[in-house]
Design a protein around this ligand. Sequence first.
Ligand SMILES: [Fe+2]
Ligand SMILES: [Fe+2]
Length: 481
Amino acid sequence: MSNEHTTHAELYGIEFVKALYHLIHTARIHKDNNQLIRDSLSKFKGILEEMTREEDLKLQLWRGRFHIGGEKLPYKRDAFTVINEVMKYFSRRGFGGLHFFVTSRKASPADLLTFIRLLDGAVKQDDPPEWLEQKLGGYALPWVRILRKQIDDQQDAEKDLSMRQYERAKTAYFHALDTVKEVADKASQGIAGIRKTRRLAQTIVDLVQEDTSLILGLATIKHYDDYTYTHSVNVSLLATCLGRNIGLSKVSLEHLSVCGLFHDLGKVGVSKDVLLKKGELSAEEWKNMQRHPLLGVRKILRLNADKVLRSKIILGPFEHHLNPDMTGYPKTHFMKKLSLLGKILRIADVYEALTAERAYRPRAFTPDEALRKMWSEGGKCFDPILLKSFIHMMGIYPVGSVVELNDGHMALVMDYPDESQKAVPLVMLLVDDGEGGLARGEMVHLSDQVMEEGSTRLTIIRGVQPSRVGVQVAQFFLQEK
Ligand SMILES: [Fe+2]
Ligand SMILES: [Fe+2]
């Protein structure tokens, strides 16, 4: 979400959903002329008027979150229960959203009440959206429209800001893959320029600033023809997210993002036999492998880029296998400590490598295992403060984790609506697809509160290896079938 301007979603979004909730409930128990109804009607009408001052108001349910005008409704802990209830209310009726036209601000309280009562009654119908559309016509309420819930999440006609953001992020990801490939190819012939990469880095930084969870989700993409390229893009995304998290300037973030894309450029010079070897490397092969940071730096030096930029993107790739005490490789005598970008890159690099399937080990680490392993290695390998920020940013079960819930369900962690409290994620239930696999199910907000009397709180009990349950995590983020 952009920080530059305050949007309707931020200003009135939650109040609007709350007012809707109260109106629905008051209308259920009281007759038309009751004072409580009049109060909640005028409250609702007031906010509606405010929100339709300049444009239509669209309240949409998309990927488990409410959106207003395409912007995610911000998370507020004290409004959690109400928002969740309204989501369920929509889901039970097959609504994907409500579209209030600008003209709705002229609607009389009586008309608003009629609308609310119809909304409530729709639940008993076979096809509530269809029935409701007809009724709205019959009652001459042309200022509102029901948006249908889209089974496959793709509300093409209704795509707004954050939906477009998602498309942009996806495009940027694959564009990044191509760019790294291209630069690697051309760099070996000595003719690569960096203009495109620079623009790409700007896009990545924008996307990270708008929606970190989305980018962290994309960084789980692990299906590839050539691991080095996917790895490089993922490292770039993870590093940029961490950089943003510790408050780096936009320019530094761009440099960091380029560093991530290029950090393993030197591997293009290492033979495939070594890179893809199943067993342990021989002493000779290991030496060969350890040359890649230096080879990479040589390639970067040959890139067609201005001096300042080049100087900013050399250290990180050079340092990404060095520990804070300067052990690791390549051996260096002229440096006493690591640069900030180098330290960030190191964390992103190790995390990405641990969570990827590699030929030389039986299985990948789950995200929570990888974080625990990194934490136990702690200060020796990583800058402790940065590592702390990284773990805090990722949460115990990072976005993209497959998890088992205490009710036996498998689920996928999609988002942390409350950035400050990484204990209560939004998850997508993974349900039996009838063919022995798992398919996308409902989105559920885990909460630290018990939602209904007598029910138990839904929690994560452990992280699960995606391959164990036959799941390709990235597919769920890319919305492939
Ligand atoms: Fe490397
Ligand atoms: Fe790497």
